[in-house]
Design a protein around this ligand. Structure first.
Ligand code: SF4
Ligand code: SF4
Length: 307
C-alpha cells in the first residue's frame, strides 16, 4: 500500500485564517469552524482560495477602499498604485504588511495569523453551551488541517478532554499511519472529500494524483469497524466537471465496491470567485473567464440513479 511521505515538524503554532462561530453547515448542530491555512491540493473551484498557501497573504477589498492613497505612500516596494486593474503589483509586494496598519477603512488585511492550541481553545470555550444544546461541536477545516497533524492532534485531544464533539473536513491527502495514531483516537466524525476517480482528471483539476486519497479512504473505511469515528464521504458538484455522468457513476461504483452507503453531495457556492481578485490570483489551471462560464449552477443534478 502506498504511503505518503509528508514530513512536517511539530509546530507550537499553526497558521489559522479564520474561526467561524455559529456555523450550521459544517457538521451536526451549531459549530465553531477552525480554518487552517495551507493545502497540498490546488482545486480550481476551491471555496476558500485564501486557505491554499501556507504563508500569510495580503487581501484587498476594493469595495471598502476610499482611495486615500496612504498605502501608496507607505509601501517600501512601490507595489501599490491607483491602477485599479492592478492596484497591488504582487510581483513587487514582499508581504511586509506595512500598508495594512495604515489603511483607515480596513480595505487591506492579512489573511492568516499564527495561533497556539490554547488560544483556539480559549476562543471556542464561550460557545460550549451552544454545542451542548444543539448537538454541535468544533470542526477542523481549511485549507487542509492535516498539514499540521501533530498540532491538530493536540487541539482535538484538548477538545475531547472537555467533552466537545470533534469533526474533521479533509481532502484525504495524508500519511495514513500517522493519521491513525494522531487523529483517529480524538475525532468523532470525518467528512472526506472525493472529487474524481479518474487520476488524470484529478491531476488536471486538483493539481495532484488521487491514488493516496482513494487508498486512504479505503483503509479508513475498513478501520472504521475497530474505531469509533463516523466516516462520511462528500463530493462537491461542479457542473460538467465533477458532476459529469461518468464521474458520478465511477464514484458510485467505488463506494459500492467497498460497501459505502452514505455520501454528501455539495452544491458549489460561486462566492469564492470574488476572492480571487482580492488575493491577486490571476492565473490558474484554467482562465478566469472559463471559471466564470461554469456558473450559474445547474439546478438539478441527477445522481440518485447511480447510488
Ligand atoms: S505588504 Fe508591504 S510591499 Fe506589499 S503592498 Fe503592502 S506595504 Fe507594499
Ligand atoms: S490605505 Fe486603504 S483606503 Fe487608502 S487607498 Fe489604500 S487600500 Fe484604499
Amino acid at each position: 500500500m502506498a504511503e505518503l511521505n509528508l514530513k512536517f515538524k511539530h509546530l507550537q503554532e499553526a497558521l489559522i485564517f479564520d474561526i467561524k462561530h455559529n456555523s450550521l453547515e459544517d457538521g451536526p448542530g451549531i459549530r465553531s469552524v477552525v480554518f487552517f491555512k495551507g493545502c497540498p491540493l490546488n482545486c480550481v473551484w476551491c471555496q476558500n482560495p485564501e486557505g491554499k498557501k501556507l504563508t500569510p497573504e495580503l487581501y484587498w477589498e476594493n469595495e471598502k477602499c476610499i482611495s486615500c492613497g496612504s498605502c501608496i505612500e507607505v509601501c517600501p516596494e512601490n507595489a501599490i498604485s491607483f491602477d485599479f486593474q492592478k492596484f497591488i503589483d504582487r510581483e513587487l509586494c514582499n508581504n511586509c504588511f506595512e500598508c495594512v496598519d495604515i489603511c483607515p477603512s480596513t480595505a487591506l488585511k492579512i489573511i492568516g495569523s499564527k495561533m497556539s492550541v490554547d488560544e483556539i481553545i480559549n476562543e471556542i470555550i464561550p460557545y460550549r453551551n451552544y454545542f451542548k444544546n444543539s448537538g454541535g461541536g468544533v470542526t477542523l477545516s481549511g485549507g487542509e488541517a492535516m498539514l499540521n497533524m501533530e498540532y491538530a492532534s493536540e487541539l482535538l485531544t484538548k477538545l475531547k478532554s472537555i467533552g466537545i464533539h470533534t469533526l474533521l473536513e479533509t481532502s484525504g491527502y495524508f500519511n495514513f499511519e500517522e493519521f491513525k495514531r494522531l487523529i483517529v483516537p480524538f475525532v468523532d466524525e470525518i467528512y472526506y472529500d472525493i472529487k474524481f476517480i479518474d487520476n488524470q482528471k484529478h491531476k488536471q483539476w486538483c493539481g495532484v494524483s488521487n491514488t493516496i486519497i482513494l487508498d486512504n479512504f479505503k483503509r479508513l473505511h475498513k478501520h472504521r469497524s475497530t474505531a469509533k469515528f463516523n466516516l462520511v464521504p462528500r463530493t462537491a458538484l461542479l457542473p460538467n466537471i465533477t458532476d459529469a455522468e461518468e464521474n458520478i457513476r465511477a464514484i458510485a461504483n467505488f463506494y459500492k465496491s467497498i460497501c459505502v452507503t452514505k455520501t454528501i453531495l455539495l452544491l458549489n457556492n460561486p462566492d469564492w470567485f470574488q476572492k480571487l481578485d482580492k488575493l491577486g490570483y490571476r492565473s490558474g489551471i484554467i482562465g478566469n473567464e472559463e471559471i466564470r462560464s461554469l456558473y450559474p449552477l445547474r439546478k438539478e443534478v441527477i445522481v440518485n440513479n447511480y447510488f
